[in-house]
Write a protein that binds this ligand. Structure first.
Ligand SMILES: [Zn+2]
Length: 438
């Protein structure tokens, strides 16, 4: 007896071999995938299933994995516009300091997580204040989350000392050790906001606990220049010199890299989160993704916060990853379609050390999957589910979402929280947010 069998849907497994089934069968038991195969496969699984779901007219694929976000910054969506990163950040930080408490952070997290769940994201890496509240929100909405203590030398939102922040980051690591839905991390903001000794202390915490170390790196030219002036090395060389690179380090952005820095990232196995929407809107530039991939750098995909991209649409990031680099390189083979999908699925799982459990519809992996409606004007005909997923599909196509076999979105509605309540509270808070930067 299995818990769930889905029949009749097109199944895009996003596995290493790019397997797809036109009218496939997938079975789930105890939160894991126990069968994926073509029509007629699975023997008596369907007749013995507790729940049978007819997937006719739908596309089943893995939930998307967003490897860089500031979820609760949804509260500041559209607040600061048409500025480059540095003056933009100063204004955003002013608003954050005025508005963010544990309660408002939870509210902003619920809003952002609701948006992502409804849009087919099942795992997110979040770097923000008050991570315990964000974990609470993730558990209510039903997503998996990689989060942890923020490290920042300035007063920031909480006004705490770096020592207090590092201690809190270490406590967080211990509190969520071994969880299946929370992957603990330590999250120093960047090399221009955190001193070398504090970056090293943060990294040591991640190492002690086998957790993730995530930070921003080489986002703008101004940042690269600033770090060169301060430390005599570029951002990537500075991080390498401090011993902070490796397979458990996620660097968001990496827009401004020279060839040798790409080699350093490849050699150290460092994870890079590509955030094309944020990089375009903040005029940071375009990351050298084809060169990174060619060199063997582990690249995945992120949205960044809704304050730099106005929404948390990983489909838009996916589509841009699949086309932006073709245009930049004037090479239609740059970032092939299968690679683009990989960035949003298996590569995302690898970035958080979960490649054995998440990121594709393989037997034995967690049942984190989404079902998209195909009976839509922009979605037919569909000759290849892969190109469809990357270039035609979007967040509004997502109808059902499952995380670990639990349905968190059913017929476009969240099952764990009441969206209307969240939206009402966000609406009520908005005048205070607007006044915070007036
Ligand atoms: Zn960011």
């Amino acid at each position: 007896m299995v818990d769930l069998v889905i029949e009749g849907a097109t199944i895009l497994t996003a596995d290493a071999g790019g397997t797809a089934h036109a009218r496939g069968v997938m079975a789930v038991e105890n939160g894991a995938i126990v069968h994926v195969g073509p029509e007629g496969s699975g023997g008596t699984l369907a007749t013995n299933a507790r729940t049978r779901l007819d997937g006719t007219g739908m596309l089943v694929m893995p939930g998307l994995i967003n490897t860089h976000c500031h979820i609760a910054s949804t509260l500041f969506r559209g607040l600061v516009e048409d500025l480059p990163l540095e003056p933009w950040l100063q204004t955003v930080w002013k608003a954050e300091a005025a508005i963010l408490s544990p309660e408002t952070t939870k509210l902003g997290s619920l809003l952002g997580l609701a948006e992502m769940a409804l849009g087919g994201v099942t795992t997110v890496v979040d770097m923000f204040w008050h991570p315990y509240q964000t974990v609470e929100a993730a558990r209510e909405v039903g997503l998996r989350i990689c989060a942890g203590g923020t490290v920042f030398d300035g007063p920031g939102v909480t006004g705490e000392s770096v020592e207090t922040r590092l201690a809190a980051a270490e406590a967080f690591m211990g509190d969520f050790a071994g969880c299946e839905d929370v992957f603990p991390a330590v999250m120093p903001h960047g090399t221009y906001t955190v001193a070398p000794e504090n970056l090293k202390a943060a990294h040591a915490i991640a190492e002690r606990h086998g957790g993730i170390f995530a930070t921003h790196a080489a986002e703008t030219r101004a940042e690269v220049k600033d770090i060169e002036t301060r430390y005599g090395r570029s951002v990537i060389r500075h991080l390498d010199h401090l011993g902070l690179l490796g397979p458990k380090t996620i660097l968001a952005h990496c827009v401004h890299l020279d060839d040798e820095e790409i080699e350093i990232l490849a050699r150290t196995g460092t994870q890079v989160s590509h955030n094309p929407v944020s990089n375009l809107k903040l005029a940071s530039g375009v990351a050298r993704v084809p060169e990174m991939l060619a060199a063997g750098v582990a690249v995945s995909l992120g949205t960044d916060g809704a304050v730099s991209g106005n929404d948390l649409d990983l489909w838009l990031a996916l589509r841009l990853a699949g086309m932006l680099h073709k245009g930049m390189a004037q090479d239609a083979g740059a970032v092939p379609t299968a690679t683009a999908l990989d960035l949003a699925t298996r590569a995302g799982a690898r970035a958080i050390g979960q490649e054995g459990r998440l990121g594709s519809l393989d037997v034995g992996k967690a049942a984190d999957f989404i079902m998209l409606d195909l009976d839509r004007a922009h979605a037919l005909p569909m000759f290849d589910p892969l190109t469809h997923a990357v270039f035609s599909a979007g967040k509004s196509d997502v109808r059902h979402v499952f995380v670990g076999g639990r349905q968190i979105v059913e017929d476009r509605a969240l099952t764990g929280v009441v969206l209307g309540d969240i939206l009402g509270q966000v609406r009520a808070l908005a005048p205070r947010v607007a006044a915070s930067i007036a």
